[in-house]
Structures are given as C-alpha cells and as structure tokens.
Design a protein around this ligand. Structure first.
Ligand SMILES: O=C(O)CCC(=O)C(=O)O
Length: 266
C-alpha cells in the first residue's frame, strides 16, 4: 500500500479503469511542474510544426531535435526526449501511480516503454474513431490490458481546444464484424455515452488503448499539447525502445532503473 492512496481509493480507480476504459487522477501533478514542462516543450513542438508542412504517414527526425510528424491537418505527434524537465520522477515514479499499476496488474514487472505527445493545433478536425492497439486475442475482449498510455495535458482541456473524446466501456468490444467500421457507425448512430475529457492542468489520466476514442477539433487560439508515457508489462512487445543518455540513466533511482530497464542507453 502506498501512503498516498488507500487500498479503497486504488480499488475504486482500478474499477473506473476496468469499467470505463480510462481513469482520471485530478491534481496529481503540481501546476508549476506542468508549466515548466510546457515552457520547454513549446519550442520543440513549434520547431516540428514549422518543419512538418505536409501530412506524413511516418515519423521523421530524431528524438533530440524532434521525432514526429503532422498526422492529420494541424495535428502533430512528437516524441519527448528523456531529459529534464520532461523526465520528471515526481510524475513517472509517483507512488500513487505505481501502486495503481501494481494493484491492477498484481505485479511490479512493468516498464516505461515510450514517451510521446499528441498536439492538436487550431484548425485540427475530428480524427476517425479508433483504437490504439488491436485486441491481443481475436474475438476476445481480455479483462486485463498489458499496455497503457499515461497522459497529462499541458493546458486545461475543453470543448473549444479539442479535448479528447472516448466511448466508455468499448475496450472489451471484440466483434470482428464491427472492426474497421467504428468510425462509420459512431458518426452515424446514436451513442449517448460518448464523453469528452475536459481536464484541468495537473490532471493525469490512464487510457486503456483499446477503448474507442478520437481527437476533436481545436477551435481555440492555442495548441492543446498532451504528453504520453506508455507503461507496459515486460512481455508486451514495443517497436521502438525509449532512448536515454548514459548521464540520464545515471540519475535514475533504483525503481527508475527498473522502470527504464527496456530503454536503450545511447
Ligand atoms: O490527443 C488527442 O486528441 C487524440 C490523439 C489520438 O487519439 C491519436 O492520435 O491516436
């Protein structure tokens, strides 16, 4: 048990994740920490935006100088370098967060496998409804997911600046007849439980990547950056290992080294 969350609090959050396909931890990150991250992140993101004038199917560049792409019009993805102020132990080693995963998975055998970001700028439109990973077993909605996105926006998110939209409970949907047609049905049909995650800065939330979701139009005058740390069970394969310098690896705590054990030290 951590001294930050009681067992009852953790059980409730785990139930939220299992039932809704996401769980929200409001006020987990101090606003000042988010502001420092945003101040350092904005120039990196702007550099990418100026460079990536075309929509591109694959990411380009290097993590240090901006590995990413324009995914849809005015919507940019960008990897986040593992260095201060982005690599913040108060976030990725937060005792409440780690206790949450240990409770959900019943194990501490998990690692951080990716650090990236989703950034709709003014003028971005609806994404198609989608999942971020396929079901591991065709036709079966497994009760436990081995891989999660840990997300935190760098600004308050709202309907105007393109807050994230989810269809709660859809993480277990395993009907091959619907696969590939989610956007068609969700755009046309009646789905009253769709939900916009309008979040205060400092909120961290956990997304089951199987849950149907989409980005929404940003009609504000500012970007809506959100950083994403991926936490995965040790057996879950990831394509590109996270990279960090020897100096950054040297700064890690004992738990940090376990969490970053699958990274490439360069
Ligand atoms: O952050 C968002 O608004 C949506 C991002 C997303 O779902 C994606 O790019 O897969």
């Amino acid at each position: 048990m951590s001294d930050w969350y009681s067992d009852a609090d953790l059980d409730l959050k785990v139930a939220e994740l299992k039932i809704n396909g996401y769980a929200v931890f409001e006020g987990l990150i101090p606003a000042g920490t988010i502001d420092s991250i945003r101040a350092a992140f904005t120039p990196l993101l702007e550099q990418l935006r100026v460079r990536e004038t075309q929509i591109h199917p694959t990411e380009r560049g290097e993590v240090k100088t901006g590995l990413g792409r324009q995914q849809f019009a005015n919507r940019y993805t960008l990897h986040v370098p593992w260095q201060p102020p982005f690599a913040e132990p108060a976030i990725y080693e937060h005792p409440g967060l780690l206790a949450f995963f240990e409770r959900y998975w019943g194990s501490d055998d998990f690692q951080i496998t990716c650090y990236h970001s989703n950034n709709p700028y003014p003028g971005s439109q609806y994404q198609p409804w989608h999942r971020d990973i396929g079901l591991l077993a065709p036709g079966v909605g497994l009760q436990t997911c081995p891989h999660f996105g840990i997300k935190f926006p760098l600004v308050d998110t709202c309907e105007e600046n393109g807050s994230f939209e989810v269809l709660p409970g859809s993480q277990y949907l395993a009907d091959s007849g619907l696969e590939g047609r989610y956007d068609e049905f969700l755009r046309q049909g009646h789905f009253p439980s769709t939900h916009r995650l309008n979040l205060k800065k400092g909120t961290l939330w956990i997304q089951d990547p199987r849950t149907l979701h989409r980005g929404t139009p940003n009609r504000s005058d500012h970007a809506r950056p959100e950083l994403v740390l991926c936490f995965s069970r040790s057996w879950f394969a990831v394509r590109h290992p996270l990279e960090l310098s020897r100096a950054e690896f040297g700064k890690l705590s004992e738990r940090g080294r376990k969490l970053l054990a699958r990274s490439r030290v360069v």
